[in-house]
Design a protein around this ligand. Structure first.
Ligand code: FE2
Length: 341
């Protein structure tokens, strides 16, 4: 991100103590990615002004961008229009690039997957919301997965957006405990489907970017909570691990949403010289306020169960990323710093 005298002056004049600290870091970052998920149009959207203040280069929707839960495309389309008219969001759309994925509620069916009958129509409405042109290849593709490279002065960020809905095969209800879902038998079912897997293999194996950010609506690492997670497809968890290691892609980071909590999960894969972080940011307009704890063997730090969004500040020369969970009024609720080498 370019530093201008005007923006520095603006930062200094307009900040409280917390925001100044955040602003200083962001002014020195080479690239800033902001993301979030779980956004209701019928609740106050309080975070867009705070998101704008982080001066992101890109905003990434992590899914549940609206809560439509319908196969009525008129209703879906009207709800997307309403979101586009939210003042702060409209300003973001005018200012920076916006990409992202969907999750079940904007897809149209709670916990829905491959079986959802209206998925092709819903995909077109999603692409309309993302301002994707009518002649884009994404209009003819099955599923909303896509990638984009951001080439800035000192390096390149490759953002790989997955679709964890269009091809996802049925989940296994857990009838023996109070958990909602239990993992499928090993080898049964898929999150991504074979076409998307082959595409992802290509995206990672041929990437020369300094950082490769994979956007998955559902959590990848946290796997013991009984809700949706890659962990319900344990063979696909292992397949992605093998792919990340084999591809030798630099600086792979996973972003996820869905949970109405925000947290950092981290693990080390054998054969990789840096840890894998799954940064979950969820609850732009509503969070899991009654959260009283859940196991996550990979968690680093505390769970944030209030409305928040996520920011990643990339530093190419130090091969470093600062991860931040940020709440209303720009308050930094949780931080994590990681060097990738
Ligand atoms: Fe949600």
């Amino acid at each position: 991100m370019k530093i201008s005298l005007i923006s520095l002056l603006f930062t200094c004049l307009s900040c409280t103590t917390t925001k100044t600290a955040l602003g200083d870091a962001i002014e020195t970052a080479d690239f800033v990615l902001a993301f979030g998920s779980c956004n209701r149009t019928d609740l106050p959207n309080l975070l867009w002004d705070d998101i704008l203040k982080t001066k992101p280069d890109v905003w990434v929707w992590g899914g549940d961008n609206i809560y439509a839960d319908t196969d009525d495309m008129q209703v879906l389309s009207e709800m997307y229009s309403k979101q586009k008219q939210v003042e702060g969001y409209a300003k973001l759309v005018e200012t920076i690039d916006i990409i992202g994925t969907w999750d079940d509620h904007d897809y149209g069916l709670n916990d829905g997957g491959v079986e959802y009958m209206a998925k092709d129509e819903s995909q077109q409405e999603f692409l309309n919301f993302m301002n994707v042109s009518l002649d884009s290849p994404l209009r003819k593709q099955e599923g909303v997965y896509m990638s984009k490279e951001y080439v800035v002065k000192d390096g390149t960020i490759h953002v790989i957006v997955l679709d964890t809905r269009y091809f996802r095969t049925p989940l296994t209800p857990d009838t023996e405990t109070n958990m909602r879902i239990k993992p499928n038998d090993y080898g049964v079912g898929t999150v991504l489907g074979e076409i998307q897997w082959l595409w992802l293999e290509n995206e990672l194996s041929n990437s020369e970017a300094d950082f490769n950010v994979i956007v998955s609506s559902i959590q990848y690492l946290s796997n013991e909570h009984g809700f949706e997670t890659w962990g319900n497809f344990p063979h696909e968890v292992n397949r992605l691990e093998r792919l990340i290691v084999k591809s030798k892609a630099k600086g792979v980071i996973i972003l996820s949403g869905d949970r109405h909590i925000s947290e950092f999960s981290r693990t080390k894969f054998k054969g990789m010289n840096y840890p894998l972080i799954d940064f979950t940011s969820s609850g732009l307009t509503h969070a899991y306020k009654g959260f009283s704890g859940e196991p996550n063997p990979y968690r680093v730090g505390e769970v944030i169960s209030m409305e928040s969004f996520g920011v990643l500040e990339f530093d190419f020369s130090a091969k470093k990323v600062d991860f931040e969970i940020i709440g209303d009024n720009g308050v930094v609720l949780e931080k994590l710093e990681q060097v990738f080498e």
